[in-house]
Design a protein around this ligand. Structure first.
Ligand code: HEM
Length: 147
């Protein structure tokens, strides 16, 4: 009888615990910059895939995806990487300046990609994607020190 009561009490407690755990794991504390990066990643992956076998009638979709990369990069340029917080003030200012410059160059590269998509220069557009990925690697090596 007593065990039965214990079981009945235990069930809602376990359920509540499980729900709390699920909620907590869903609450990934993304920074605004991380959110922009995730958006950029998704658009870049879809665009890379599309450009493997480009279709003239998908040009508008490619332009939309490249547009998402550009808007996200412009927004990202005005945000501050997490790794800046650990730096002394003088180094922090220099890092933020350098980060903004790199992101500005990246935006310029995305403009090149957009132009090549508009001109249906698919081979060039694929090269642009490789270039963006290299800029990503350099950017992460320099400014994403937490990973
Ligand atoms: C195609 C280009 C790029 C893609 C797909 C990309 C993707 C990503 C992803 C997936 C993350 C992790 C986000 C998370 O933890 O949720 C990230 C983080 C980060 N990326 Fe990029 N990235 C790109 C270009 C760049 C460039 C050009 C720079 C710098 C100039 C940069 C700087 C950073 C920084 C600083 C972080 C850490 C976020 C923070 O400090 O809050 N990324 N990126």
């Amino acid at each position: 009888m007593k065990t039965d009561l214990n079981h009945r009490l235990a069930r809602p407690v376990v359920l509540t615990l499980l729900i709390s755990l699920a909620t907590l794991s869903g609450m990934k504390a993304d920074t605004p910059l991380e959110k922009n990066m995730e958006r950029m990643k998704k658009a870049c992956q879809e665009l890379s895939l599309g450009l493997e076998k480009p279709q003239e009638n998908s040009q508008a979709t490619y332009l939309t995806l490249a547009g998402i990369i550009k808007t996200s990069a412009i927004e990202a340029r005005d945000l501050v990487p997490k790794s800046a917080a650990a730096l002394p003030p003088d180094q922090k200012a220099a890092m933020i300046k350098s980060y903004k410059e790199s992101m500005g160059v990246f935006v310029g590269s995305v403009d090149g990609l957009i132009q090549n998509i508009k001109d249906s220069k698919w081979e060039e557009a694929r090269k642009d994607i490789v270039g963006l990925k290299n800029e990503m690697k350099d950017g992460h090596r320099e400014f994403r020190k937490d990973k």
